[in-house]
Design a protein around this ligand. Sequence first.
Ligand code: NOJ
Length: 550
Amino acid sequence: MHGAQPETWWRDAVVYEVYLRSFADSDGDGIGDLGGLRRRLPYLVDLGVDALWITPWYPSPMADGGYDVADYCDIDSRFGTLADADALLAEAHGLGLRVITDLVANHTSDRHPWFLAALAAGPGSPERSRYFFRDGRAGGSEPPNDWISAFGGPAWTRVRDPDGSPGQWYLHLFAPEQPDLDWDHPGVRDDFDAILRFWFDRGIDGIRVDAAPAMAKVTGLPDAGHGPGALFESRTWVGNPHWDVDGVHDILRRWRRIGDSYEGGRLFVTEAVVNGPERLSRYVRPDEMHTSFNFDYLASPWDAGHLRAVIDASLAALEPVGAPATWVLSSHDETRHVTRFGRARSAAATMGFDTGAPAADLGVGLRRARAAALLTLALPGSAYVYQGEELGLPEVEDLPEEVLQDPTWERSGHTSRGRDGCRVPLPWSGGRPPFGFTDDGVEPWLPQPADWAGSTVAAQLADPTSTLSLYRTALHLRRRIPGVRSGAFSWWRTADDVVAFDRGPAFRCVVNLSDEPLDLRGAGRHLLSSAPCADLLPPDTAVWLEPGAS
Ligand code: NOJ
């Protein structure tokens, strides 16, 4: 550290995920952009969040919504310019908001100059050694090993040589348009050092590390033992040669040293979908990343015992490494939790491999989602809010097939619709699409449901019982009442269908996941509840209380 103490704002921050192309459009092309985000910064300040995480904004062919980067040191012209990014940073900082950007370092776009050079240079060239090019098996016609892509199908694609004949294969753990970099290549490491500095020098407060567990592979690329039709269920993998390989931690330590060289330090949050809290805790050891999304919590069904077990296991695994927990309910990769919690089977499937069945009861789902918000915002550590969850938006499950863009749709052979349903542009105001997201008469890049008039920001701001009002009140209380952010965590009551805990002597959260009302007499003074309640806490409802007061 250069003299200054490391900052610790991230330990209990609420971070709002901005899925940029669906947040707000300022130039009338139907795609969200930095201008739209700048205009809406006051909304985020009023909401009461501490920081923004902005999904990839780099020049990209958008084969995977920007997670296929063609230039790491610029802004895609659909989103704006570097000057817009600088202006956004200055304005956000002026309003007291931190800004976290997304770094996709496991893979580039297949249009990145490094990959184009590798294709042109041919087998055995230094250019190809930045990626994983290998000869195929069975005389070249079969992929080099059995590794699979997160979007379905094999993780290898064969290229054509300049004379048109079939050539080597290259590795892509995601779409074919996202070739994996070989992080054992010193040039790759050095180039990303420079990329990190480029953004930190511009004033970025933190980095969200995309697909962190993918960044190291076992030498020799041995088979993983995946059976035919295997899915990318990395939460169950043990000893997998292409995921959560220990070498990834060397890369993360190197990045941490760079972040720490800036005054006050810079935050790193990893996306690491790995096998359980102990493996996850390795990403947040003191010399590695600061935080890591808790996917076990995100994936949990609406079940008190399950939630309690995940909370216990997460806190127990993080305690020895001294890292805060990071609670997440939704993201641009998962079925929105209003819909998930409205299903009989309410656990999340990752990365869009969600068949949509069984059908959701959205009334039940919204009621549970509101309770889950109070639960999430009362837990110790930091929390992420995915844009639109504060509006109680459901997954859009009936997008016409011809508008689907997520690679999962094609790569699953049209069996999984993928993640577009949670990426539909936000409704801001008005009675019909585009609901203030873009100019009237312009079609957003994904169509919005015609019946979202009651869900717009404008409509919900005018309604004190709306989900937006609930989030605003909860976030403001979280700031005002010290116990919510810093009080010691202890379980209060552990009845089968209840999640109830204290945060110090002056704050209590009780969530009723049973079918029966719960007697709350003597539990404390009501501060906020997710549905009306008095002495009895209705089913699927959460309440914040001040114990000892009435
Ligand atoms: C995780 C991102 O959140 C997801 O949207 C993307 O498809 C993959 N990583 C690949 O970059």
